[in-house]
Design a protein around this ligand. Sequence first.
Ligand code: SF4
Ligand code: SF4
Ligand code: SF4
Length: 248
Amino acid sequence: MSKPRVAIFDFACCEGCQLQIVNLEEEIIDLVTLVDVVEWREAMSEQSEEYDIAIIEGSITRPQDEERLKEIRERAKILIALGACAVTGGINKLKNNFDLEDVKKCVYGKDAAMPHLDTAMTKAVGEVVKVDFVVPGCPINRAEFAVIVRSLALGKTPVLPTYPVCVECKMRENGCRFEYDEICLGPITRAGCDAPCPSAGHWCYGCRGYVDDPNVNAAKDILEKYGKTIDDLKSKMLLFNSKQEPTL
Ligand code: SF4
Ligand code: SF4
Ligand code: SF4
């Protein structure tokens, strides 16, 4: 059986999720026995228009990016969105909360009107083309990425956790960040990262996006118990999940 051909592409992003793949180190040797990597700008010079699996990192922020993404989609049998920028729009989507001209002036100053700096509202990959699988997180969890690629190469369907970060946080026996007068997005965020942020003394920033069917009543009970409001929670949700709030 021939190995699936994989191509990795990037759009607006910091490339940190690709770096996570590079950092798989020995495991990457194991993965390339299962797939043929035919294009990956960050790690090789070869290019190809023939691939089975396209992995997309980054958000879509310009009309020309939409066209490029649609061409990639047409060539690929399976398309994977890699990392928060691609899956939800991530931090890049923060700019959608402001006037785009103001954003450009803030970032580029007197050069803001130059044509090559033109920009549009940020879109997640799934807002432009059909996405088959996602690898959430900012950055992605390396082990989760390896499991997803291995599953696809073996013809299996990868499955993400359908429970919130709080479950993994409790299993690590962390003190709850609400006890420190903070607001944590763990109750509504998809698990799979093993709760590194609460384990290191930070609240969960929600980088993995919302869990399916978040337990909104439980989240409201926690807020009430600690004297916080839904608006407090929503202000934290802006960082990674602008304009994609579950109904709270
Ligand atoms: S999801 Fe985070 S780490 Fe990955 S490319 Fe975007 S900003 Fe970088
Ligand atoms: S709210 Fe945050 S700190 Fe508290 S249990 Fe859930 S993930 Fe952990
Ligand atoms: S704990 Fe929250 S912010 Fe930290 S990696 Fe997990 S989902 Fe992302």
